[in-house]
Design a protein around this ligand. Structure first.
Ligand SMILES: NC(=O)c1ccc[n+]([C@@H]2O[C@H](COP(=O)([O-])OP(=O)(O)OC[C@H]3O[C@@H](n4cnc5c(N)ncnc54)[C@H](OP(=O)(O)O)[C@@H]3O)[C@@H](O)[C@H]2O)c1
Length: 207
């Protein structure tokens, strides 16, 4: 699969490395331009290339963003129409400024900005060091650390869940984009390492 990555910092770079190691081709991008991504791309190896944001969006069958949430309106809506689009960003008012969510989850704001994209919220609840280090592709799903997923497009969610499994984690579905509030900062499951059994128990308790 071709995977475009928008934002190649802690989360984006580590996700790109894991996707490439699983045999996918990745195009990584950031705010400063492809010329600043040579070291990262060389470190990932032949499955990686550096791109502009627009090129990464065009390249991916799946495109993932891991940028400060406050900048989501910079995502190129036209280039992402029809794409499976993973949003990993979290809203932190101290970093992002006050953003009126209009009663919506952060992922719904992203979906509203990208009306043609098939948005899936994932990778936002796992600290990057655990993403980097804890994947266990050879372990049974029940013994792996969870990565939560939410979305309104069932097929898009299945594709992203498949990628999560390939890189050694266990996807657990929290429901729709509206329901992705349950995996936002401040929730009991946010940034807490756990396996799928515990995750399902906690989601049931949260209602
Ligand atoms: N850190 C974590 O453990 C963690 C875990 C889960 C989710 N998250 C969320 O994921 C997002 C990224 O976090 P991070 O820790 O990976 O941040 P980070 O290390 O600061 O990396 C951010 C990346 O986004 C790029 N970027 C900034 N504005 C951009 C734009 N308008 N277009 C394209 N790329 C842009 C930056 O490019 P430059 O390098 O060129 O500035 C950088 O590559 C945040 O929303 C965060 O809340 C973080």
């Amino acid at each position: 699969m071709n995977i475009g990555v928008i934002g190649s910092g802690n989360i984006g770079a580590n996700a790109a490395k894991l996707f490439a190691a699983a045999g996918h081709r990745v195009a990584v991008s950031n705010s400063r331009g492809p010329e600043t991504l040579g070291e990262l791309v060389r470190g990932i190896g032949p499955n990686a290339r550096a791109a502009t944001v627009e090129e990464a969006a065009g390249f991916g069958d799946v495109v993932m963003e891991a940028i400060p949430f406050g900048l989501y309106e910079s995502l190129p809506a036209g280039g992402l129409a029809g794409k499976i689009f993973v949003t990993a960003s979290n809203y932190y008012p101290g970093r992002d400024g006050e953003i009126d969510h209009d009663g919506l989850a952060s992922s719904e704001l992203v979906q509203r900005h990208l009306p043609g994209a098939r948005v899936v919220k994932a990778f936002n609840t796992i600290y990057y060091e655990r993403l980097r280090d804890n994947g266990r592709p050879d372990a049974p799903l029940e013994d792996r650390e969870v990565v939560f997923v939410a979305g309104d497009d069932g097929e898009a969610k299945r594709v992203v869940s498949g990628l999560i499994e390939e890189i050694g984690f266990a996807p657990v579905d929290t429901g729709t984009l509206a329901g992705s509030r349950r995996q936002e900062p401040g929730s009991p499951i946010y940034n807490v390492p756990m396996g799928p059994e515990k995750a399902r128990e906690m989601l049931a308790e949260m209602g």
